[in-house]
Design a protein around this ligand. Structure first.
Ligand SMILES: [Zn+2]
Length: 460
């Protein structure tokens, strides 16, 4: 089995695969809306059927807090062969604002080799790519080079609230030597890339009270504490004039990049004007002395995500606000510990807030960072598969986001690698989500190549 045979298979299968994907995309599997629970169930069933028809065995719906994840495996490679777990998700983001869609989100359209629909690239297209790679290999070889397992989750878009529990419960069945995630993007069709890390996340909800109730600004203003000012002071104090986070010890564990990583980052093309245009901003700001990609992928950040106080309705209400609320999200990079940042944040708030303010800090979430070393054998094999198909060595990037990959790696104790074929302008989570079909076809060949390459990985 080589590249050519796989490409041949993909070429012969395009109409059928596209037909299946379109049928799947018609199912509005929006996990955020309980009204779509029936669609989540239909979507899981649809996915299960695709796995079965591809030759995957033991296909089953696994309940995660009542929401179906899809499992299936093919274990015919024997106990000496490595096991590979493919992860993706079949739920999709909500679709509003609906009036910004050029066509209804669940009525897929294909034009100029681009498929448009909610879920096209995030993540149904990338899941079907993995299923088709397995189908192609099974069809051509009659077996697979590795033991292959699929876990296709149904609540990724709402933060995977039951994934840890599911992974703990099914740890044995899901155990693998490597986890392949197909739910990310590449830099561009002619700049193949793969992610080697995701950032961690810890968030804080800070409640502030400076009086028993709001006070009249004419009678009391100018002589009593103002909760809005306390919140604004905390928000403003979070960074210094170099935009470095002021939490004590915040950067202590942050390591500089290895030479190869720094080189990959330096080779990553960056268009400042386009970057600003995509963000819809006039200027960039952030940690001094660091490039934008360094800041979003390799450096920890603290963002004020909400700041509320006083009266926000129409007109004016002349008060001194008694309460304020501040929410801060901190993204962590490898080696940082969510617990240490939690302690540091609490100590910092206690030191910054005036004594007259009652301040409560609630920690929300806590996802650890994930990192697969750039020189890990599985990363090398993935790099070769991508290079075979795209004709260029991939750049190694770091994802700024935080996702379920960390739980997969931590609980299943296996390295996580990313074969993601989405593109930056695929409108993830936004109106007019799209998938470039060439990326899908190339990705299918690469997914097959990857399985062939992973055969040489040591099984544990
Ligand atoms: Zn996704």
């Amino acid at each position: 089995m080589d590249d050519l045979t796989l490409s041949d298979y993909v070429n012969r299968s395009k109409d059928r695969v596209l037909g299946s994907l379109i049928d799947w995309l018609r199912i509005p599997s929006i996990s955020a809306d309980p009204g779509h629970a029936g669609d989540i169930a239909s979507s899981a069933e649809f996915c299960a059927e695709m796995l079965r028809s591809a030759g995957i065995e033991n296909v089953e719906l696994l309940s995660a807090g009542g929401v179906p994840a899809v499992y299936g495996d093919w274990l015919g490679a024997g106990s000496m062969a490595p096991s590979v777990l493919v992860y993706g998700h079949h739920d999709v983001q909500p679709v509003d604002p609906l009036d910004e869609w050029a066509a209804p989100p669940f009525e897929p359209t294909v034009k100029d080799n681009v498929l448009r629909a909610r879920g096209a690239s995030d993540d149904k297209g990338q899941v079907i790519m993995q299923i088709e790679a397995a189908r192609g290999l099974l069809g051509a070889l009659g077996d697979l080079p590795v033991n292959l397992k699929f876990l296709i989750e149904g609540e990724e878009e709402v933060g995977s609230p039951h994934l840890d529990e599911l992974l703990e419960r099914e740890r044995e069945r899901l155990s693998a030597d490597v986890i392949v995630v197909s739910d990310t993007t590449m830099l561009a069709p002619d700049i193949p890339s793969t992610t080697i890390s995701t950032r961690g996340l810890i968030a804080f909800d800070v409640g502030i009270r400076t009086a028993e109730s709001d006070l009249h600004s004419g009678i009391w203003g100018g002589t009593v504490p103002n909760a809005a000012l306390v919140a604004a002071g905390l928000a403003a104090g979070l960074h210094d004039s170099d935009h470095r986070v002021t939490l004590p010890g915040f950067y202590d564990r942050v390591r500089e990049l290895t030479h190869r990583e720094a080189q990959s980052l330096a080779d990553t093309p960056f268009d400042r004007v386009e970057f600003c245009r995509q963000a819809g901003v006039k200027e960039l700001e952030g940690e001094a002395g660091r490039s934008p990609y360094e800041r979003t992928g390799t450096r920890p950040t603290a963002e004020v995500v909400a700041l509320h106080s006083g009266y926000g309705g129409p007109g004016m209400k002349t008060i001194v606000p008694a309460t304020a609320n501040l929410k801060i999200a901190v993204r962590l990079v490898p080696e940082q510990s969510a617990d240490e940042v939690d302690a540091s944040f609490r100590a910092w708030v206690a030191g910054q807030a005036p004594k007259y303010a009652e301040v409560t800090v609630t920690t929300v979430g806590g996802v650890a960072p994930l990192m697969t070393p750039i020189d890990h054998p599985a990363v090398r094999i993935l790099g070769e598969a991508i290079e075979n198909v795209w004709g260029k060595q991939p750049l190694f990037t770091r994802s700024g986001g935080s996702g379920p990959e960390e739980a997969l790696g931590r609980i299943l104790e296996a390295p996580v690698i990313f074969l993601g074929i989405g593109l930056a302008d695929d409108n993830y989570h936004a109106p007019n989500e799209r998938l470039e079909l060439n990326q899908l076809w190339r990705g299918t060949v690469a997914a097959g190549q990857l399985l062939l390459g992973l055969r040489s990985l040591n099984s544990r």
